[in-house]
Design a binder for this molecule. Structure first.
Ligand code: F2R
Ligand code: MG
Ligand code: MG
Length: 318
């Protein structure tokens, strides 16, 4: 049985990656805005849309015992706040859902081909934890969680990659297996190409600079420009201090909060809460609530496992 500390490590490291890299996101205007609104009234570091939507997914998953798209869409809409820095298209859709629109009637409202932003991938870690031992259920759940706001196949594929990487990290999969299993999830050419670069660098033990990583794997708001970047960075720093990984992400520039959230989820699922700095956790807004949500996912996993074992033993006549 996987220990609870890896579930709490995953969600807390993701939230810390988001909050601690948010001051480095985007250009000077975004950084200036975050300097003004980046702390709570009590001096805690604020998280952004990445963590808000991750918490929404976790909460909806646990109360609904799985993915209920109508419930989740309403939870996303209720959690929306301008000051979390949502993507423009996502903000437009969530406001429409809040006014009563059905999610499937607005998920192409901003872009007819659906959003290809990384907003689906950034929030997928609770699904990876909840279905870590059920890969087919995980894939369906990722599709369902993503398409509420991200109907574009590239956004959904990015979310599948991040969810798979997080589940593999939780199961302590070895490097070779991790990368060959991930490659099975990449259909689109940009993902295949970037995963190939990532594997070559890691296998050869190369240590490219953050600017090279940003140039070759991407550092942008599109899922294809950030998901493999996060996976590469998490793998490279998997046995190193969390703070070193975040410093590297900050040096990548661009969409740092989201790369931090996704890489953080993978790193935390592998290393657990005990390898995170307590002072960092204490400095984070709503850290206790995030930890509790991770514990709820863990408890729900234990209940389902026990139920399955009971069913199996009654089938065997025990
Ligand atoms: N919004 C931000 N950061 C502020 C902007 C940073 C900087 N100026 C930059 O652009 O790099 N951060 C948060 O948004 C990201 C997640 O966004 P999400 O949820 O995917 O939103 P959206 O609006 O669906 O997509 C984001 C942008 O991508 C472009 N785009 C997406 N699909 C498109 C399509 N089919 N056609 C044309 N453009 C498309 C648009 O510019 C969207 O605004 C995370 O970084 C989170 O931290
Ligand atoms: Mg954000
Ligand atoms: Mg971002």
């Amino acid at each position: 049985m996987i220990n609870k500390k890896f579930f709490t490590g995953c969600l807390l490291a993701s939230a810390l990656g988001d909050a601690l890299c948010a001051p480095y996101e985007g250009g000077w205007q975004e950084r200036l805005v975050w300097r003004i609104i980046g702390h709570t009234f009590f001096g805690k570091k604020r998280y952004t849309d990445d963590t808000q939507m991750t918490m929404d997914v976790a909460q909806s998953l646990c109360t609904q015992n799985g993915i209920n798209q109508e419930h989740l869409a309403k939870t996303f809409a209720a959690g929306y706040k301008w000051s979390r820095g949502y993507g423009a298209g996502a903000a437009k859709m969530l406001k429409k859902i809040r006014r009563g629109a059905a999610w499937h009637s607005v998920n192409r409202a901003a872009y007819p081909d659906g959003s290809y932003g990384n907003g689906a991938a950034m929030r997928v870690s609770p699904v990876a934890l909840y279905f870590h031992d059920k890969p087919e259920k995980r894939k369906t759940a990722v599709q369902n969680v993503s398409e509420i706001t991200h109907a574009n196949p590239l956004a959904i594929e990015g979310a599948q990659l991040i969810a798979a990487a997080t589940s593999f990290a939780l199961s302590q999969m070895n490097f070779a297996q991790f990368h060959s299993s991930l490659a099975d999830h990449a259909r689109a050419e940009p993902y295949q190409k970037r995963l190939q670069t990532c594997r070559i660098w890691l296998k050869a033990g190369e240590q490219p600079e953050s600017t090279t990583v940003a140039r070759e794997l991407g550092n942008g708001i599109a899922a294809v420009d950030s998901c493999v970047t996060a996976i590469y960075i998490a793998c490279r720093f998997i046995n190193q201090p969390f703070a070193d990984m975040l410093r590297f992400i900050q040096g990548c520039s661009g969409d740092t909060d989201t790369i931090g959230a996704m890489a953080g989820a993978i790193w935390g699922a592998r290393n657990g809460i005990s390898r995170l700095n307590k002072a960092d956790i204490n400095s984070l807004e709503s850290a206790e609530k995030i930890e509790q949500l991770a514990e709820d996912i863990y408890d729900s996993h234990c209940i389902r496992t026990a139920r399955r074992a009971k069913k199996q033993s009654s089938r065997n006549g025990c």
